[in-house]
Design a protein around this ligand. Structure first.
Ligand SMILES: NC(=O)C1=CN([C@@H]2O[C@H](COP(=O)(O)OP(=O)(O)OC[C@H]3O[C@@H](n4cnc5c(N)ncnc54)[C@H](O)[C@@H]3O)[C@@H](O)[C@H]2O)C=CC1
Ligand SMILES: O=C(O)[C@@H]1CCC=N1
Length: 270
């Protein structure tokens, strides 16, 4: 990766918890010098103390990028302190759920160059997927910069409209939690059928991990991959009859879960 403008002007990270920390680790692995990074976090994780970054010190006046990774509920307290930077050509790259471009513009000023990004926690192992979208002030270079930064932790996709962000959060931003829950309930079902807890968990994790990887790598659709497992009249078909029930199966359940996610996201944005 080339981090020319960040190396010259600096990257400020506001909030360096799970997501901010995962992105920072990806960037450092990708070759960004720790000396070009300023972290502001009242409760920094232990590893940050020895990471070589500037931690809770005076900030550069005109950094290339401010990465905003505090919880949406903290935003109104934390962000306005950096509003002077928004008056220049600093790019504000935010990963927070809920808060809209209009909300940021109210806090930082209408001229702020802004990119909203929605990553997910597999970013911690470089396997995240991040959707990005810019406000009208963000330039093509700003979007390229945002894409380059987020590529440090996985795939990046670009959205056409900010409105699409709600569905992205509902599917991929929060999605890892749904998959982890799937692992939990598969393991619990195995346990209920007499497997030892460790064995049930190993089987569930390896199955979800292996099937996910196969779905990503294969040229076949997930539907075809599912059919490949399913012998007519066999055991998988019996299970899928339950899981694919149009009223009580996974499809209506997932639809409700994603809708609840989006409703909460919109509440947070108010
Ligand atoms: N965890 C996830 O799966 C994802 C989270 N996000 C977004 O990332 C953001 C951060 O979430 P997490 O990293 O999960 O939360 P986290 O709680 O792990 O990290 C937030 C960090 O902000 C710090 N902080 C609190 N008040 C602050 C302040 N006034 N100034 C500076 N730092 C402050 C906290 O000490 C903490 O280290 C949220 O806005 C969330 O919507 C986005 C995509 C996925
Ligand atoms: O639960 C949340 O609000 C954040 C947004 C996406 C994943 N975690």
């Amino acid at each position: 990766m080339s981090f020319d403008s960040i190396s010259k002007r600096g990257l400020v990270i506001l909030g360096c918890g799970r997501m901010g920390g995962a992105i920072l680790q990806g960037l450092l692995k990708g070759g960004l010098s720790a000396g070009a990074v300023w972290v502001i976090d009242p409760h920094p994780a232990d590893w940050l103390q020895n990471a070589g970054v500037h931690l809770n010190t005076d900030l550069p006046a005109n950094p290339a990028v401010v990465l905003v990774a505090v919880k949406p509920q903290m935003m109104a307290d934390a962000l306005p302190h950096l509003s002077a930077m928004a008056a220049g050509d600093t790019l504000f790259l935010t990963v927070a759920a809920g808060i809209t471009m209009a909300g940021y513009e109210r806090m930082l000023g209408a001229d702020t160059r802004l990119v909203r990004a929605m990553p997910n926690t597999p970013a911690a192992i470089g396997r995240g997927v991040t959707a990005i979208v810019g406000n009208p002030k963000a330039t093509a270079q700003d979007l390229d910069m945002a894409e380059e930064l987020m590529t440090g932790v996985g795939q990046v996709v670009r959205l056409e409209y900010e409105d699409q962000m709600d569905a992205v959060i509902g599917v991929s931003g929060s999605g890892p939690a749904y998959v982890f829950h799937l692992i939990e309930v598969m393991a619990a079902a195995g346990e209920a059928e007499g497997l030892a807890p460790d064995l049930a968990l190993q089987l569930a994790k390896a199955t979800v991990g292996g099937a996910g990887e196969l779905a990503e790598r294969s040229d076949e659709t997930p539907g075809k991959l599912r059919e490949n497992v399913t012998s007519p009249g066999g055991t998988t078909a019996a299970a899928l009859e339950v899981l694919m029930d149009p009223d009580t199966g996974m499809a209506p359940l997932m639809r409700r879960a994603v809708a609840a996610n989006i409703a909460r996201n919109r509440e947070l944005g108010k």
